[in-house]
Design a protein around this ligand. Sequence first.
Ligand SMILES: [Zn+2]
Length: 142
Amino acid sequence: MEELKPCPFCGGEAWQEVNSKKAWTRCAQCGATTAGFQDFHNTDGSIIDRRVMAAGAWNRRAAPENKPLTLYQLRQMDGERVWTQFRGLGMYGLVAYHSDPDGDDGDDIYITNNLGGRSTFEEILSQGGMVYARRPEGSETK
Ligand SMILES: [Zn+2]
């Protein structure tokens, strides 16, 4: 059976729920779910298993393009979760946007990661890092 792609909404891992009649593919993280699929009976008498049907429906769902985020985009993502690829490590972090009304050192985007570390967007970029809305596919091996 084809491998399940990450969730198109949050990048979470997908799994399948199967009972005696139907199969669903769900995201373990946000709960996004396909419709329930039954075995499909072809006119030639062959049968496509319900798990294959549910996997195909899940994998065909187009994931939005996951480009590195810009400062402009991050300013509109205060409090949202992002994926940082930084110093050879990939991890989730939270965006905090601090505008600087005094104007002495400009606006800053801070990203606090899973381990409690905090970096500015500038620091991440200056060290060759990137920030994404979701975990890029295959990034966990980096
Ligand atoms: Zn999800």
